[in-house]
Design a protein around this ligand. Structure first.
Ligand code: SF4
Length: 353
């Protein structure tokens, strides 16, 4: 199982542990209106061959976290603190040259929209083969053969012919597959997939998810899978991190978090999405309000303006004290364990079915 250890507020001792180890990561952006705390003290580990799902609404910090791991955030406006170890190598503060070597070789990213990753001016095959040449020193012929092999592996029919097609000649599903081929051509040990199937219809989505699982088995890669779709997470991930306002609010195995969620925000996420196999007409319960501005986040628990259970915590603690995330299977919330259990059994579980 992927290990998710230590607390947000008490970072682990420095030093490499798991294959990917993120420790007390903080990412702040300077804007004209002030400082945006996009990621605010985040720690997690991912082992080889395992998948960590990260869920949360837009602006929760999940995409910024993963762009930062690969050094793709805008370094001119972003300030990054904390530690990120990939296979024992510290990435925060690494030179652009070192990060360039790691990207595509040791770690790769699949984006939501393949058109942002594929240039319209070059053939798909060339764009897949180039990173392989660059990182391995292979000849043009070897890189082409490898790219055709990868196109075949991701299920592109007639790969040798389609190698010469331009992105606009591929369907959306095929472009997504081509981007996966591009990300996996150097057998990366870490794959970051940011909403990789959101734009696809359900059939193609299922094919792509199966493909990622097969390729993970073959290459033993660690995967960080970002999505707002808990159904996809249930299918893909071993462990789950729920993010809100730049912080982790709940963590555990996928089974634990989806079957016995402990945080009011996770309750809200689960109640707001259709149940697998549920009635298509069943009423969903959206989370009231909207995610907070990270320019000026709420005091105490950032979820308190939207939380229906804050009155069950005495002394106004929810708006005054920021709850911490204890180690292991945990939620960052001031409700007692008994309160969480009672609320879940009496009010949330009947809603989830
Ligand atoms: Fe709700 Fe308070 Fe728990 Fe935050 S700490 S989730 S406001 S009960």
């Amino acid at each position: 199982m992927t290990t998710l250890t230590k607390t947000e507020d008490t970072p682990a001792p420095t030093g490499p542990g798991a294959f990917l180890s993120v420790r007390d990561l903080r990412v702040r952006f300077s804007t004209e209106d002030g400082i945006v705390n996009a990621v605010d003290g985040l720690s997690f580990d991912v082992e080889r061959g395992k998948t960590l799902g990260i869920v949360g609404e837009s602006g929760s910090g999940k995409s910024v976290t993963n762009l930062t791991i690969l050094g793709l955030h805008n370094s001119k406006t972003a300030a990054v603190d904390g530690e990120i170890y990939l296979d024992g190598k510290e990435l925060v503060g690494s030179s652009e040259k070192d990060l360039e070597k790691i990207r595509g070789n040791k770690a790769a990213m699949i984006f939501q929209d393949p058109l942002t990753a594929l240039s319209p001016y070059y053939t798909v095959g060339r764009q897949i083969a180039e990173p392989y040449r660059k990182h391995t020193g292979a000849s043009k012929k070897e890189a082409k053969a490898r790219a055709i092999e990868m196109l075949d592996k991701v299920g592109i029919p007639q790969p040798a012919t389609r190698f010469n097609d331009y992105p606009h000649q591929f369907s959306g599903g095929m472009r997504q597959r081509a981007m996966i081929a591009m990300a996996l051509i150097c057998d990366p040990d870490l794959l970051i997939a940011d909403e990789p199937t959101t734009a696809l219809d359900v059939t193609v989505q299922a094919q792509i998810l199966d493909l990622l699982k097969d390729l993970q088995q073959e290459f033993g890669s660690a995967i960080v899978f970002i999505t707002h779709d808990l159904g996809v997470i249930a299918n893909m991930a071993d462990d789950l991190l729920v993010m809100y306002a730049g912080r982790a609010v709940e963590r555990g195995s996928v089974r634990e978090v989806l079957h016995t969620p402990k945080h009011p925000y996770t309750w809200g996420l689960l109640s707001s999405m259709p149940r697998l196999g549920g009635d298509i007409n069943e009423a969903l319960t959206p989370i009231p309000g909207s995610p907070p501005s990270l320019l000026n986040p709420p005091s105490g628990c950032a979820f308190h303006p939207r939380c229906a259970f804050k009155d069950q915590v005495s002394d106004g603690r929810c708006s005054g004290d920021r709850p911490t995330l204890p180690s292991g299977r945990a939620a960052a919330c001031h409700l007692t364990a008994e309160q969480k259990q009672t609320i879940f059994i009496d009010q949330i579980k009947p809603r989830l079915g």
